[in-house]
Design a protein around this ligand. Structure first.
Ligand SMILES: [Zn+2]
Length: 303
C-alpha cells in the first residue's frame, strides 16, 4: 500500500536523480510590475495570468518542481496587508493557477514562508497562534491540489516546528522544511541563533522526510553549508541559494551581486557535496534555472 503510493511520487524522483526546483518569485513579480509593499498573494486573484506565466517559464526552463505564489500566505503575514480573512482563498488560488500549467510528471509544492512575527518572549505570539495561522494556509494549498508542502526560509526553529504541526493538522501531504542561515565567522546560524546541527536534529526527530536550506547565502556559501548538512543527516537535502546580496539603485531597482555564470559554476560541487533538490532563490530567474538544468543534465550524462 505504502509503496504503491510512492510510485510516481516526489520521493520516487528523489531516489532517481537530482531534482531541479524553481527560482525567485518575488523578483519575477517585480519585473512584471508588481508594486512595492503590496501583497504578492493578492495577484493570485487579481493578476493570475501573470503568476501563471512565471510558473510556466520555470517549467519551460526545466524545473521539476515549481513553488506556489504563497510565500507570505500564512494568516498572520496576510494580516499585515489586512487580508487575513482571505488566507484560504488566496492560497487555494495559488495552487489552482500553478496546476493549470503543471506538465505531466512534474510537481507543485505549496510554499509556506515565515509569518514575519516573533514568538513570545521576543514577540507577542503564542505557538498555538502560529500553528493555527499555518494550518489555514496549508488547508488552502492542499485543497487547491499541491503535491507537497515546503515550509521555507525559516529563521526560527520553533516557528518551523509550529508550521510543521500546523501543516500536518491540515492535511496528509508530505511536508519538507528549509531553514535560512547566515554565515558568521563561527559558522552558520539562523538569526535566532539556531545551529545547523540543532535544526537537523529536531527536524529529524519530528519526522521531516526532506530538509535543507534556502535564501540568504550565495551559491558558493551554500556549497559549504551542504557539506556540513550532509555530514549530519542521510535525509535528502534541499539547497536554494540567493544570487548574492541585493542592492538598491537610485531608481529603486533591486539587483543581485552574483551573476549567472558565477552562480552556476558552484552547482557541480553542490551536487557532489550531497544536495538532492537544487533550486534558485532571490535574484535567480528562469535563465538561471535553464542553465542549471543544462549543468545537471550533463552531470548525469557523465556518470
Ligand atoms: Zn531568497
Amino acid at each position: 500500500m505504502e509503496e504503491e503510493k510512492m510510485e510516481g511520487s516526489i520521493f520516487d524522483m528523489i531516489n532517481k536523480r537530482v531534482i531541479l526546483l524553481d527560482g525567485g518569485m518575488g523578483t519575477e513579480l517585480i519585473k512584471h510590475g508588481f508594486p512595492q509593499g503590496a501583497c504578492p498573494e493578492s495577484w493570485n486573484v487579481e493578476k493570475p495570468e501573470v503568476v501563471k506565466e512565471i510558473h510556466q517559464s520555470y517549467y519551460d526552463a526545466g524545473s521539476d518542481v515549481v513553488l506556489t505564489n504563497s510565500f507570505g500566505g500564512s494568516s498572520i503575514k496576510m494580516a499585515s496587508h489586512g487580508l487575513e480573512k482571505r488566507c484560504y482563498e488566496l492560497n487555494y488560488a495559488a495552487a489552482k493557477i500553478a496546476i493549470d500549467v503543471k506538465p505531466q510528471g512534474k510537481f507543485l509544492a505549496g510554499s509556506m514562508g515565515p509569518t514575519g512575527k516573533f514568538l513570545k518572549p521576543q514577540g507577542e505570539y503564542t505557538e498555538e497562534q502560529f500553528e493555527e495561522a499555518y494550518t489555514e494556509q496549508a488547508k488552502g494549498l492542499a485543497e487547491g491540489g499541491v503535491d507537497f508542502l515546503l515550509i521555507e526560509t525559516q529563521y526560527d526553529l520553533k516557528e518551523a516546528l509550529c508550521a510543521l504541526r500546523g501543516a500536518r493538522k491540515a492535511c496528509d501531504l508530505p511536508v519538507f522544511v528549509t531553514m535560512t542561515f547566515n554565515h558568521y565567522p563561527r559558522g552558520f546560524f539562523t538569526i535566532m541563533g539556531n545551529s545547523v546541527s540543532q535544526c537537523i536534529q529536531e527536524l529529524e526527530e519530528n519526522d521531516v522526510p526532506v530538509l535543507g536550506s534556502n535564501c540568504t547565502l550565495n551559491s558558493e556559501e551554500m556549497v559549504d553549508l551542504v557539506k556540513i548538512m550532509r555530514g549530519l543527516t542521510s535525509l535528502p537535502i534541499i539547497a536554494q541559494a540567493n544570487a548574492g546580496k541585493p542592492s538598491l539603485s537610485k531608481e529603486g531597482e533591486v539587483s543581485y551581486s552574483q551573476g549567472l555564470e558565477d552562480y552556476v559554476r558552484f552547482l557541480p560541487q553542490m551536487v557532489q557535496n550531497g544536495a538532492n533538490l537544487i533550486g534558485g532563490c532571490c535574484g535567480t530567474d528562469p535563465e538561471y534555472i535553464k542553465k542549471m538544468a543544462e549543468i545537471l543534465r550533463s552531470e548525469r550524462n557523465q556518470k
